[in-house]
Design a protein around this ligand. Structure first.
Ligand SMILES: Cc1ncc(COP(=O)(O)O)c(C=O)c1O
Length: 451
């Protein structure tokens, strides 16, 4: 079993266990938001939601999504993605999750063997989604943590890198048909600035590429950063922009399996509708979610502010804990996870050593995701999910401290143990300490720490 298979297998075992803990394995690997079930439960058990058992909702309906649900989604996205003009409900296709949308697009926009450009690291689920139906392969745009005068951020995407990857693919005879962007980003937890997004759209236009933009974490921005949705821009080639968003992350309901695609391309929509019958959502679910997204009072005054506050607090707890262990963390603004630098714990700077460390975590009942599962080009990075109770995050930090301490003693020559052990000894589980200012985020700190 390869890396993807192994990590995927581990995550499936954990996901299939309803408590998220199987035989005591603590799951800080699966990107689920467990911080707001209370709010969702209250909202979904209101009397209006009981009307979801109406006869018309139990019958066959439009496979593209019921008209009323698509109308609500169009209004919702117009407002929250800040579209300059009201979105047309006819341009929306509803499916059972963004994974299904990727899979459907893979057969509609591509021929088998074609490629799509995608900056690494990225959410590894894109690969099977694009491969299983469409046999479409990724063309990586490798981003690393090195910084320079021109690139002041680690893992910075530039058009130059897109151009180089495209050129490389063409030289290998791969026909590239699209660029995929994930914004806010999984696993980096950052946001593309508007100017970069526009540059990427211009790049795609120059090369006649489609652009698939996955904005599944659009409303999970928990700091003051400004998020720019592709729907708010005037792209040079609107018919080639395909936007997706879903309920899994922003409304903490990955079990509902509902997502929406917006595309102005009629041909693409017609083709997708042929496939939509294999990927449609139950009428009662569409009704309940229509009620939910129409309730702006609840979204704006209760759900979003509470969810953002809880995400921010949980993120601080995890970042403080990692910092106390001397583990640098990339600055994040959105999503449910942080991207942390474990390079100094690797015996050698290789993906084999990264997996060796990952197996140590699993053996000691801690599941976090190795960078290789996101096709990161640099070994030693891990993604840790924080959208869970403070107790679980503290437990995760305690386990990390214990595992790394043992690993360092076993794997590092005696002379080199001092620096690493020092940081591990200082682990604290004091949730009151507000050391968010001490977050080890900047480039200098990252490169210094990871010598
Ligand atoms: C970036 C990204 N896109 C899509 C998905 C899957 O979304 P869905 O649950 O709607 O299939 C995930 C899940 O982790 C994700 O992180």
């Amino acid at each position: 079993m390869g890396l993807q298979g192994t990590v995927g297998f581990a995550s499936k075992i954990l996901i299939n266990n309803s408590s998220g803990i199987l035989q005591g394995v603590l799951n800080l690997g699966t990107s689920e938001n467990k911080l707001c079930f209370d709010l969702i439960e209250k909202r979904l058990t209101r009397p209006s939601c009981k009307k979801c058992i109406a006869p018309h909702l139990l019958q066959y309906s439009n496979v593209q999504g019921t008209e009323s649900f698509r109308e609500e989604i169009a209004k919702f996205l117009t407002e929250y993605a800040r579209a300059p003009k009201a979105l047309n409900p006819e341009h929306i296709v509803v499916m059972n999750g963004c994974c299904s949308i990727f899979a459907a697009l893979s057969t509609v926009l591509f021929d088998p063997g074609d490629g799509y450009l995608i900056p690494t690291p990225y959410f590894g689920g894109v690969n099977p989604d694009m491969w299983l139906y469409g046999e479409v392969r990724p063309v990586h745009v490798p981003l690393d943590s090195k910084v320079s005068e021109a690139e002041s951020c680690p893992f910075q995407l530039t058009v130059k890198k897109l151009e180089a990857a495209l050129q490389n693919a063409m030289e290998q005879g791969i026909r590239v048909r699209a660029l995929i962007l994930i914004n806010p980003h999984n696993p980096l937890g950052d946001i593309y600035p508007a100017h970069l997004l526009k540059e990427c759209l211009d790049f795609a236009h120059r090369h006649k590429l489609h652009v698939i933009v996955d904005e599944i974490y659009m409303l999970s921005v928990y700091d003051d950063s400004t998020f720019t949705s592709v729907l708010s821009l005037n792209p040079p080639d609107p018919e080639k922009i395909h936007f997706m968003w879903g309920f899994s992350k922003d409304f903490v309901m990955c079990g509902m399996r509902v997502a929406a695609l917006h595309t102005r391309n009629e041909e693409v929509r017609l083709a997708l509708n042929q496939l939509a019958s294999f990927h449609s959502c139950p009428g009662p679910v569409q009704y309940i979610l229509s009620q939910l997204i129409a309730d702006r009072e609840w979204i704006n005054k209760t759900f979003l502010p509470t969810n953002r506050r809880r995400l921010r607090e949980a993120c601080h707890i995890l970042v403080d804990g990692l910092t106390s262990l001397g583990i640098p963390v990339l600055r994040s603004s959105a999503g449910l996870f942080v991207w942390a630098d474990f390079r100094k714990f690797l015996v050698t700077q290789t993906f084999e050593a990264e997996m060796e460390l990952w197996w140590k975590f699993i053996a000691e009942k801690l599941y976090i995701s190795p960078g290789g599962a996101f096709y990161c080009c640099e070994p030693g990075w891990f993604r840790l999910v924080f959208s869970d109770s403070a107790d679980k995050i503290h437990l995760g930090i305690q386990r990390l401290a214990m595992i790394l301490q043992a690993y360092v003693s076993e794997a590092t020559p005696l002379d080199d143990q001092g620096k690493v052990t020092l940081a591990l000894d200082s682990v604290s589980t004091d949730s009151d300490s507000d050391s968010s200012d001490e977050r080890t985020n900047s480039l200098e700190e990252i490169s210094e720490e990871s010598q």
